[in-house]
Design a protein around this ligand. Structure first.
Ligand code: SAM
Length: 273
């Protein structure tokens, strides 16, 4: 049911400009139908029938709550445990080698953590390859407060754990409840304690972390940015990594077209020499 008037070109541009300004997300004209549908959902929830009226509503909301809901509606939060598994194999081998050669301090940044599956997979990988976890920290950030809230709880329905081997589920997750007939698991405290979640906007470097970082996972988010935003982001990730540190981007992403000193180890895996 179409409960609102059409999104005209001018109003689409106003929203696209706002979203670019606030999150660096680039919305080309061919995203018009998608944007119109996703804004429409928010408008129905708020019982606003006109796109310009919704724009004014977002603009007037000094608490930025609706801006946050708007960005949530626009961006895709799809993620799952062990997504693009070869990155975790590479990470496991690399940190094992570092630990074998005496490294004790490990700092990993998961730059678009969404609902938490990626940073918890990182934590499992570190737990399985580093014998002494006392100085191991994962910072997991996202621009969406609603995904961060889910991530912080570390609770997932059984079907979300399908990609995880049974013995890992038994070792790192506790069954905590049945919700609507589905079993719910919580990531065990020893793993949750390795991960710290925080809000961070990737389009506005420099970032406040101290560094130096050993590894950055920045996957499946740069596709939403244009080269200007990507370039600023990549420059700051380079600054924050230590020499010999790794950057992993999504399999559909790369640093091509950007000026950077990162050296490709293979597609989607880069090292700061
Ligand atoms: C498709 S998910 C990727 C999740 C995970 N990295 C993965 O590969 O499975 C993209 C995430 O990027 C976040 N995001 C979009 N724009 C952002 C920005 N400017 N700063 C930080 N996070 C952003 C979204 O909120 C969303 O959770």
């Amino acid at each position: 049911m179409q409960a609102h008037a059409d999104l005209d070109k001018k109003t689409f541009r106003r929203f696209a400009d706002l979203i670019y300004q606030e999150a660096g997300i680039h919305l080309a004209e061919h995203k018009h139908a998608l944007v119109s549908a996703r804004l429409g959902k928010r408008m129905r929830a708020l019982k606003i029938s006109d796109y310009d009226a919704y724009y004014d509503y977002v603009h007037r909301d000094d608490s930025r709550t609706e801006l946050s809901a708007l960005l949530d509606a626009i961006s895709t939060n799809v993620t799952y445990f062990y997504r693009e598994p070869d990155h975790f194999e590479t990470l496991g081998a690399v940190v094992k080698q570092w630990a074998d050669s005496g490294q004790r301090r490990f700092r990993v940044w998961c730059a678009a953590a969404s609902t938490g599956e990626e940073p918890y997979t990182l934590a499992l990988t570190l737990a399985e390859n580093i014998p002494d976890l006392r100085d191991v920290k994962i910072l997991a950030t996202d621009i969406s407060t609603s995904v961060l809230e889910i991530a912080g709880k570390g609770e997932y329905e059984a079907k979300k754990l399908e990609k995880i081997a049974r013995k890992r589920i038994d070792r790192y997750f506790s069954p905590i409840a049945e919700r609507s007939g589905a079993r719910v698991y919580r990531v065990k405290r020893e793993i949750r304690d390795m991960v710290h979640f925080a809000w961070l906007n990737l389009s506005t470097p420099p970032f406040p972390m101290k560094g130096p970082l050993d590894v950055i996972f920045c996957r499946n988010v740069m596709i939403y940015f244009d080269n200007e935003v990507r370039q600023r982001l990549v420059n700051d990730m380079y600054r924050l990594l230590r020499p010999g540190g790794y950057l992993m981007v999504g399999h559909a992403e790369s640093l091509s077209g950007l000026a950077s000193q990162f050296k490709p180890v293979r597609p989607s895996v880069y090292i700061k020499k």
